[in-house]
Write a protein that binds this ligand. Structure first.
Ligand code: CMC
Length: 437
């Protein structure tokens, strides 16, 4: 290799040796570009769970899981959490730069212009049972938006894309609040054009006709913080889903509705609900926490809100949320026994060799549920809150896919089923089996 030759990796296969380019990211993350592997050798790579697979190159979010670093477009999460607003952070994620005053106010105006739902969409809530899960409703309603606003599917330039992004970000909060109102049998509250993004959401959640909800500014600020901390997290399960759907050139709304479904699972966004359910059970049963942890270590159940595929250190979002929970709880002058249990669990876990060896630390969901509880958000809305926060990230990733020359995403597999067999007529089949057995 000459000094200016690009570095390569050699892959030694039984039949041949292959030279693959090495691609290095701006933060020195190294990868082997195997795009030509199958064409040249007939081999594919096998990586269940994609723990070693870079699905794309991306300029949006950087995580160093070993050091516990998270940055959006180069800005540290700590800086954004302290100084930014959710709308500003959204623009940063989507467009790559912190917005000017004019861009920010222009986007805020778009959010206001598009905050209402078509009345036909409001009527659709009557079709859902009151106990229907808000994540199912959220995903269905985001998709349904494209029936009522077919123009959102046309995004041929920056202006139409920006309008679609604003529509999605704005409407998702109206949809979520209306889902909650339906579940408690209250009338939907229309958005107020005079309120900030976060206050407007709280207004639609907690105002009732002729009784305006007037939240404490610290509550609004805690919601702002929650949304910023959830705004993006590179190639996680739901974002990868959004990118996968986007790669088929599906529209922004369809792609993000798919993201909501992926987020729902308890190993992903659903963990914020699972943590509170776990804390509730521990509080009810008053079980000794050390004993409970023995069950976790025997792998009878997981300690929800702990562990992460990428963070092998304290999740920086959990650190910020832990502080915010302390502040909000102190200000509200309340005592939440769930917080005591969470703190104790963390203390036990961080000193236990099982967790130390596996590098399991609190993740974003460990304290976020306690914060949401303090803000008065009901448990079944927790994952919806995560989805509202993640919307700018999904929009940014959708845009990045459209702007790249990436092909439709289509992983391969190593087939391990039967080799070719001959069809046997029913009366000649020997083995008895029942569907579902
Ligand atoms: N409690 C107990 N053991 C755990 C936990 C946990 N929460 N998480 C991982 N482990 C163990 C696991 O049993 C395995 O042990 P061993 O090496 O003996 O087989 C080892 O740690 C590695 O776990 P893994 O399942 O291979 O790790 P993963 O990267 O596939 O999973 C995770 C990551 C987040 C799904 C997992 O840590 C987990 O299930 N955590 C609880 C659910 C949770 O809090 N999810 C929220 C994730 S952060 C926000 C988000 O993504 O939405």
């Amino acid at each position: 290799m000459t000094s200016d030759a690009k570095p390569t990796a050699k892959i030694q296969l039984p039949e041949m040796e292959l030279e693959c380019p090495i691609v290095v990211g701006t933060e020195n993350e190294k990868s082997i570009d195997i795009r030509a592997l199958r064409a040249q050798s007939g081999y594919i790579t096998l990586d269940d769970g994609y723990g070693n697979t870079g699905a794309c190159e991306s300029k949006i979010t950087y995580i160093d899981g070993e050091k516990g670093i998270l940055r959006y477009r180069g800005y540290s999460i700590e800086d954004l959490a302290e100084h930014s607003t959710f709308v500003e952070t959204a623009l940063l994620l989507i467009y790559g730069e912190l917005p000017t005053k004019e861009t920010l106010s222009g986007f805020r105006k778009l959010l206001t212009d598009h905050e209402m739902l078509h009345e036909g969409l409001h009527n659709m809530y009557d079709g859902f049972p009151a106990e229907g899960h808000p994540m199912a409703i959220l995903s269905a309603m985001i998709n349904a938006c494209s029936c009522y606003h077919p123009d959102i599917m046309v995004m041929e330039d920056e202006t139409t894309f920006m309008a679609a992004a604003a529509r999605l970000m704005s409407k998702v909060r109206t949809i979520a609040a209306a889902a909650y109102k339906t579940s408690v049998g209250q009338p939907h509250i229309y958005p107020s054009p005079n309120l900030s993004y976060c206050r407007n959401f709280l207004h639609m959640m907690f105002s009732i006709p002729f009784r305006e909800f007037d939240p404490d500014p610290d509550v609004v600020s805690a919601l702002r913080l929650f949304l910023i901390l959830h705004a993006d997290h590179e190639q996680n399960c739901s974002t990868s889903t959004v990118r996968m759907v986007a790669s088929s050139q599906a529209n922004l709304f369809a792609s993000c509705a798919a993201g909501v479904c992926a987020l729902w699972g308890p190993l992903h966004g659903g963990a914020n609900m699972a943590v509170i359910k776990m804390l509730h059970e521990l509080n009810e049963s008053q079980i000794d926490l050390v004993k409970f942890m023995e069950g976790v270590k025997r792998k009878e159940f997981r300690l929800m809100g702990f562990g992460h595929r990428v963070y092998k250190n304290y999740d920086p979002r959990a650190r910020i949320l832990k502080k915010a929970v302390d502040k909000v709880i102190r200000k509200a002058n309340i005592h939440d026994p769930f917080l005591d249990i969470a703190r104790k669990l963390e203390e036990v876990a961080l000193e236990d060799p099982y967790f130390i060896e596996r590098k399991l630390y609190p993740n974003v969901d460990f304290y976020s549920g306690i914060l949401l509880r303090t803000l008065g958000i009901p448990l079944n809305m927790f994952t919806v809150m995560f989805a509202i926060g993640r919307m700018p990230g999904w929009i940014a990733h959708w845009k990045e896919v459209q702007e790249s020359d990436s092909r439709i995403h289509r992983p391969r597999q190593v087939y391990t089923g039967y080799v070719q067999r001959e069809y046997i007529p029913c009366e000649k089949r020997g083995i008895e089996w029942n569907v579902g057995s």
